[in-house]
Design a protein. Structure first.
Length: 563
């Protein structure tokens, strides 16, 4: 099998782009074949685009060039004469055939080298689809000399085209999308509903694709029509299509959108084309630029949405869908390079350094830098970790084919307080007598308690009391309860609303009794054994004015915290 090289190049920064397809068959042209012998070589072109120009390059080793007759045939069957009986007794072809060349093929005895105009016209291939098998036919019409067909290259200029006019009655490569309420249909001449949809066939033939908005459809129902396109080898991509949005019922025609997905249909863009409402009983044309998606695999989606009003009068249609682009530089061979990470280290607790690397094989083009950065395996314990390629990937550096060689990142021990214990095992990093586990739970920002607060502990509880705080809602701060909680790393939820508390109605004047309170995040009970005569001992939700004894007033806020 011959070696096949596909090379996409750009001639000038603002010029037409081209795709080059090369085969190296190394076919032997026998010296004594017993008469004329013909050799056919196939060049496969896997790209669909309309031809606007073509150049043919040949490298043939052969004595007595005059013996050779050379023709090129396209996949469509068009044959163009390149050279017949030229070069006399000169040896070898190393030639480019180009219609625009001013050089005429020599009939004198000479090597045929350089650029020449072919004897036929390569423009005969214009407007054909380049996709398929091309055939170079070489006939050696004399049995005295031989040689080798070394290589053949076709440089084809043109635009890629995918066109559907749906005349075969199918979706023509498009598929029904997922996640919608109904499907697109192929119509012929008209749609089933009166007063909506095309009335006299498609824009290119009699058929078209449309959404049928009749029952059981409803306002807002959607129909998706999807197709995947490979733009990795194309540039300047665009889509053109005709659309029909006609309804005789007022305010009934819905919406036609075009969206794009770059993740295989997992999600779609906002509409890159959108029309809503009646556009008349005519086919309208649209061209939408897709160059933002050059170099990508994309899914295009037509989205038809049923309108309001007389919803069944909402049959939108499309026809003559063409997706086109020029051959791109995207398939130019990537430059192979190898990057090797530099070994790195830090001490326990320090921030990571910036990871660096060296290019150990290949080289960047002048002025280029690689996009991305290295990273490493997760972890902060003392030990060794792999340095990884991170985001320095081919996808971020389309010009290069990157091979990555890892290195080791080491985290070493550190003794911050000089006590002979490494930080990763030292239980008191600052030698202050407080364990790290206790210090690490302290929350900053607690208010300082008032000087008259009372704090005491009983049976595993800390109790915080403050008197005379004038019902200001800050008793939990003035009593020191907030500071005590923060010291243990406990955040507080302050309950201030009427519905945060539920109190039992017990006790009364001269009848103190047990009392209970239920909070939004727990409950608390209170049992009294105090002298009940003339006293009322219970939990109450109240204002400061209710706490009175004779002419004096004392307010107490009791806060309890489990330790």
């Amino acid at each position: 099998m011959p070696f096949i090289l596909l090379l996409f190049i750009s001639l000038y920064s603002n010029a037409q782009t081209s795709a080059t397809f090369t085969v190296t068959p190394n076919t032997t042209i026998a010296q004594t074949p017993g008469g004329a012998a013909t050799y056919n070589t196939t060049i496969n072109v896997p790209v669909n685009f309309n031809i606007s120009d073509i150049h043919v390059s040949l490298d043939i080793t052969h004595t007595w060039n005059d013996d050779l007759d050379i023709f090129l045939t396209s996949p469509a069957g068009t044959t163009v004469e390149l050279s017949t009986d030229n070069g006399g007794n000169g040896d070898n072809y190393n030639v480019i055939f180009d219609d625009t060349s001013a050089n005429i093929l020599p009939t004198s005895n000479t090597t045929i080298a350089g650029t020449y105009r072919p004897e036929g016209s390569l423009s005969d291939f214009n407007d054909e689809d380049a996709n398929g098998n091309w055939t170079l036919t070489i006939t050696d019409d004399t049995n005295q000399d031989g040689g080798t067909i070394n290589s053949i290259s076709l440089e084809i200029f043109g635009t890629t085209v995918t066109q559907q006019s749906f005349e075969d009655g199918s979706l023509s490569g498009w598929t029904q999308g997922n996640g919608d309420e109904f499907d697109w249909s192929n119509g012929n001449n008209t749609t089933p509903s009166n007063g909506t949809g095309p009335q006299n066939g498609g824009s290119d033939g009699t058929r078209f694709l449309f959404i049928e908005a009749s029952n059981p459809r409803a306002t807002g129902h959607k129909a998706y029509l999807d197709r995947t396109f490979d733009f990795t080898n194309t540039a300047n991509n665009k889509i053109s299509f005709d659309y029909h949005m006609y309804s005789t019922a007022a305010n009934s025609m819905g919406t036609l959108n075009l969206r794009v997905s770059t993740n295989g249909g997992a999600s779609f863009s906002t509409p890159i084309f959108s029309e809503t409402g009646n556009k008349g009983n005519v086919w309208n044309s649209n061209v939408t630029d897709l160059s933002a998606y050059d170099g990508l695999n994309v899914v295009l989606r037509f989205e038809g949405i049923v309108g309001g009003g007389t919803f069944w009068s909402s049959d939108a249609a499309i026809d003559n869908v063409i997706v086109a682009g020029t051959a791109s530089t995207g398939s130019a061979p990537r430059i192979p390079i190898t990057i090797t990470a530099d070994a790195s280290s830090k001490e326990f607790g320090d921030a990571d350094p910036v990871f660096t690397y060296q290019i150990t094989s290949g080289a960047l083009d002048s002025g280029d830098t690689l996009v991305g950065s290295l990273d490493r395996d997760a972890g902060e314990a003392v030990g060794n970790y792999n340095i990884n390629q991170g985001s320095i990937l081919n996808v971020n550096n389309p010009k290069y084919d990157i091979t990555f060689i890892s290195a080791i990142f080491s985290i070493g021990s550190k003794d911050t307080d000089g006590d002979g214990y490494a930080d990763d095992i030292d239980v008191d990093l600052d030698n202050d007598g407080i364990l790290n586990v206790d210090e690490s739970c302290i929350i900053a920002g607690a208010a300082e308690p008032e000087s008259d607060r009372i704090k005491y502990s009983d049976e595993g509880y800390d109790m915080y009391v403050i008197g005379g705080n004038a019902n200001n809602g800050n008793g939990y701060k003035e009593s020191g309860f907030e500071k005590g909680a923060y010291a243990k790393g406990l955040n507080l939820t302050v309950l201030n609303n009427a519905n945060d508390f539920v109190f039992s109605a017990v006790g009364g004047e001269d009848n103190a009794a047990s009392s209970a309170a239920t909070f939004a995040n727990g409950s608390l009970s209170y049992t009294t054994n105090a002298n009940t005569t003339g006293r009322r001992n219970e939990f109450r939700e109240t204002t400061g004015a209710s706490f009175r004894s004779g002419t004096s007033e004392m307010h107490f806020i009791l806060n309890l915290q489990l330790i």
